[in-house]
Design a protein around this ligand. Structure first.
Ligand SMILES: Nc1ncnc2c1ncn2[C@@H]1O[C@H](COP(=O)(O)OP(=O)(O)O)[C@@H](O)[C@H]1O
Ligand SMILES: [Mg+2]
Length: 280
């Protein structure tokens, strides 16, 4: 039987969100449109905009919002103290929002969502794009990282998390993908900088369980899937966020680890469900 692959991030997100308990892991994600862009910018300081069917970090953009105070109100601060609403109004009038669009290695500044939308549309054309709440990633040596968790059907036909690694963004990159210059390290190595041993271990266990939970939920809508790769972000509060699920995850990246038994097991499972040849 063929292994089922699903390329639409939107379709996979909807499949996961059918289980309400899992929504805590999913950053607010919507289809791109000017109205949604405006709404999301009211809610979040930073958003990601990405192709619904993208891979390798290609076409991924990010918008950061900054408030610039044009001129400090020096008139009657003292007098206004007793009238906070008016005081607040004065402040708002003097603060202008700027939108910084980061794409590949460039950064451009726009002064309104409409202007920003016109620039985005040039990249988007008529393709389907998503807009997602941006997660502030933890860093390793000042570079943001996220995690890849591999979960496969094992020889008993049960979901099992068989590998995980961290991906560290290349300088000035807004994506961590290996194909976009990201570096790979063990999960332990990057978590140790932020957590004590107890928290590192419990986070690793949580990630293992997350892979299995997500696989089971996705399988309800897509019964032919055999393997998934989760892209997981960790924010400064150490909360886990699922950025996307890949249904054709890379397995060769796990060859990079000195412990060969990890890759051997991954390969064994992949051979059993027919992704790779047995005699390898
Ligand atoms: N919402 C987000 N918050 C923070 N970083 C993100 C977000 N979405 C994507 N990224 C970064 O961009 C990378 C690529 O995005 P992803 O959704 O995985 O698309 P692709 O299919 O191209 O890998 C992620 O691994 C992560 O580094
Ligand atoms: Mg990805």
């Amino acid at each position: 039987m063929r292994i089922q692959r699903v390329s639409s991030k939107w379709a996979k997100t909807k499949a996961i969100l059918r289980n309400r308990d899992l929504s805590i892991y999913i950053p607010d994600t919507r289809k791109y449109a000017l109205d949604t862009l405006k709404e999301m910018l009211l809610l979040y300081d930073m958003v990601y905009i990405k192709p619904d069917r993208g891979t390798y970090g290609t076409g991924v953009m990010r918008v950061e919002q900054r408030g610039v105070t044009l001129s400090a109100s020096d008139q009657g601060d003292q007098e206004n103290l007793e009238e906070p609403p008016e005081n607040l109004e004065v402040k708002v009038e003097n603060t202008k929002l700027m939108y910084i669009l980061r794409y590949r290695k460039s950064a451009e500044v726009y002064s309104s969502p409409e202007e920003l939308d016109r620039a985005l549309i040039k990249v988007i054309h008529n393709q389907s794009y998503l807009i997602q709440k941006g997660i502030d990633l933890l860093t390793h040596k000042q570079r943001p990282f996220d995690l890849r968790v591999l979960t496969q059907k094992n020889l008993d036909g049960l979901w099992e998390t068989t590998g995980m690694l961290s991906r560290i963004a290349a300088p000035q990159k807004i994506v961590t993908n290996y194909h976009s210059g990201g570096r790979i390290k063990s999960v332990k190595a990057v978590l140790e900088e932020h957590m004590n041993t107890f928290e590192v271990d419990s986070t690793i266990n949580q990630l293992k369980a997350l892979g299995v939970i997500m696989a089971r939920q996705l399988e309800r809508t897509y019964p032919g899937i055999k393997e998934i790769g989760l892209d997981v972000a960790i924010d400064p509060q150490h909360d886990l966020w699922l950025l996307e699920i890949n249904t054709l995850p890379s397995i060769v990246v796990f060859k990079l680890f000195p412990d060969r038994s990890i890759y051997r097991r991954i390969h064994r499972y992949a051979a059993a469900y027919g992704r790779v040849k047995k005699n390898h």
